[in-house]
Design a protein around this ligand. Structure first.
Ligand SMILES: [Fe+2]
Length: 236
């Protein structure tokens, strides 16, 4: 406890013991960014069929021109409209993941219970992204959507082992002002290493990008947006 000295030179303790009110402190976390990570270890067969589907689509459908993918293939955004069994299996799986994520995300973000939102529905659109040697996805967000995610269909194990970090998804620290006075070893961007059967969900406003994919083989992912029904959206 600090002491002070009065004009007569006597040290006095502010709020001397016995009369002081006890104070205590504790750490609180504010403004966390809730994301959602899943693994699907029994998805080998589905992934094989998804890989065939995506590679075939690459040869039959022109790539969608977007500002974020450089060098790779970006399909149109209607991938879940195909009646391919593996696509429909994945769609159901990802909708389940999105609902689980929404429960956690909503609890963090909103002051009202999710259960009080009437006629809640989730609209999902998705597209494939195929990257090979040197292809990248530059920093971007997904405007207009609420939740976004990526499911990894194929990730070359050889490339992953020979080029650690290559092809990783980078989630950019949204606390941009934290870089004004960084600490030693300042935690900043979060890295997510793709693995076939793995997936991640994050808020659509969270900026992200993909480090250049290097090595042999291919990196195939299916990205998706989830848009909530108007009943769940703040109105002015
Ligand atoms: Fe993205």
């Amino acid at each position: 406890m600090e002491s002070s000295t009065n004009q007569t030179g006597n040290a006095s303790m502010a709020n001397a013991q016995g009369s002081a009110s006890q104070s205590s402190g504790h750490a609180v976390t504010m403004f966390p960014t809730i994301c959602f990570v899943t693994e699907h270890p029994d998805a080998e067969q589905m992934n094989r069929e998804l890989e065939q589907f995506c590679l075939a689509q690459e040869t039959t459908h022109p790539r969608l021109q977007t500002g974020s993918i450089q060098g790779g293939y970006h399909s149109n955004r209607q991938i879940f409209d195909h009646d391919n069994p593996a696509i429909q299996q994945l769609k159901n799986l990802l909708i389940g993941n999105a609902r689980s994520y929404l429960n956690a995300y909503w609890k963090q973000e909103s002051t009202i219970p999710l259960a009080s939102v009437e006629n809640l529905s989730l609209q999902m659109t998705g597209w494939s992204v195929i990257l090979r040697q040197g292809d990248i996805s530059t920093p971007h967000t997904h405007p207009g959507a609420h939740l976004s995610g990526v499911y990894y269909v194929t990730m070359s194990e050889e490339a992953r082992e020979s080029q650690p970090g290559a092809g990783d998804l980078v989630l950019v620290d949204p606390r941009i002002r934290a870089s004004v006075a960084p600490l030693r070893g300042q935690k900043s961007n979060a890295m997510f290493t793709p693995k076939a059967g793995g997936s991640i969900l994050f808020p659509s406003w969270l900026e992200h990008f993909v480090l250049p994919f290097k090595g042999e083989g291919v990196r195939i992912s299916i990205a998706y947006n989830v848009t909530l029904s108007p009943s769940a959206v703040q109105r002015d």
